[in-house]
Design a protein around this ligand. Structure first.
Ligand code: UD1
Length: 364
């Protein structure tokens, strides 16, 4: 009888869950594969974690390391300490990490020191902006990984330019889109716009949580005023990430923002997908939403000087906009009025997890 091949899949934050869900299911479909789900506990609020686990029917994690919030060094260190203890007791044949968050990099660091093979899903994404903690996480994770699963040709090129051997690089498409494809019919039925009194009406969705926008009050004020201007034409729904709540509450008291800029708690995966798929436009600094909008053909404006998803710009579904009031309102008028004329990037088709698992069967 052939011995089982054991995987440990590390997740920690909201944007990890929609990447892990199709992968865990695809791994479980192979009889000789066994997989363990390790939740680092980087995100712990119900709305940032459990609500996603439930919506995406993820299995209960085999372990929760409960690291919670702290500064980047401390958070990364805590994940490493607890993950190493867990992996010593339960050594896998391969550690799988997804995306670019602190849990991703910490997982890769621990596994590489334990000489465990590492597979990175969403390898090669680069914004070329090292002020973003995610860019550091991407560079380190890719440097340590043995199998690099990329989402688009930029990923392949970036890795080759950094000296990674072509044999390690496998283009599989964007795994987040697997989850969009699977859950879109359910999300459409849900009609989350109704919760905001916007059923059948044109509206815009926004999320702003990157430190470069949310941690500087002057910048955040300018962004909020831009969103307020946009909301005078189309109501804007803004689910607020917990890390931005304090600064937003402070500015809401100071600024006279219109009621058409509608703030809400973070939404569950299905509610967010439901709201986004019928929006006239998306204003965001999130990485994942830019990619989801490309599949949904919702015009996206990325409120950042750069993006790790250049392919969405090439495909015409996404544009960059400065974090500045007039730039935001002018770009929204221009971009959302005309709708999306873009195309979905190649291999963003709902089958990335199958390609990954096919390759893992050949490689391991
Ligand atoms: C992390 C990821 C970011 C991703 C984002 C999505 C890193 C470096 N960043 O950023 O790429 O886009 O998740 O959500 O890993 N907090 C809560 N409850 C939670 C989680 C966070 O209140 O469940 C608050 C805490 O005040 C915490 C702060 O958010 O200090 C930062 O959380 P952290 O997980 O370090 O990073 P995010 O900003 O969420």
């Amino acid at each position: 009888m052939t011995r089982a091949t054991k995987f440990a899949l590390v997740v920690g934050t909201r944007p990890n869950f929609m990447k892990a869900a199709p992968l865990i299911r695809a791994l479980e479909s192979v009889p000789r594969f066994q997989s363990a789900l390790v939740h680092t506990g980087q995100h712990y609020d119900h709305l940032m974690s459990n609500a996603f686990v439930k919506d995406l029917s993820l299995p209960e994690p085999d372990v929760n390391l409960n690291v919670g919030s702290s500064d980047h060094g401390a958070q990364t260190g805590l994940i490493m300490i607890h993950l190493e203890e867990y992996l010593k007791r339960n050594p896998p044949d391969c550690l799988v990490v997804v995306g670019d968050v602190n849990s991703t990099m910490a997982g890769a660091l621990v596994a590489s020191k334990m000489q465990l093979p590492i597979a990175h899903v969403e390898a090669g994404c680069r914004s070329f902006d090292r002020t973003m903690p995610e860019e550091i996480n991407r560079l380190v994770t890719d440097a340590l990984s043995d199998i690099l699963f990329t989402a688009d040709p930029y990923g392949d090129r970036n890795l080759v330019a950094e000296g990674h051997s072509k044999e390690k690089i496998h283009r599989v498409g964007n795994i987040m889109i697997d989850t969009v494809v699977e859950y879109l019919p359910m999300a459409r039925k849900r009609c989350a716009a109704k919760k905001f009194g916007l059923q059948g009406k044109p509206y815009v969705v926004t999320t702003i949580h990157r430190p470069s926008n949310a941690d500087h009050l002057d910048t955040l004020e300018s962004v909020l005023l831009g969103l307020a201007d946009v909301s005078r034409k189309w109501p804007v729904v803004f689910p607020v990430h917990p890390r931005t709540r304090v600064n937003i509450d402070h500015l809401r008291k100071k600024l006279d923002l219109p009621d058409s800029l509608i703030f809400s708690a973070p939404l569950s995966y299905l509610d967010m997908l439901s709201l986004t798929c019928t929006a006239v436009g998306l204003l965001t600094d999130s990485g994942g939403l830019q990619a989801e909008a490309a599949y949904l053909k919702v015009p996206a404006l990325t409120v950042r000087p750069n993006t790790e998803w250049m392919v969405t710009i090439d495909c015409g579904t996404n544009r960059l906009v400065r974090s500045e009031r007039n730039a935001i309102s002018a770009a929204a008028q221009d971009c959302f009025r005309s709708g999306s004329r873009g195309t979905t990037p190649e291999l963003w088709d709902g089958h990335a997890s199958e390609r990954i698992v096919d390759l893992l069967q050949k490689l391991l």
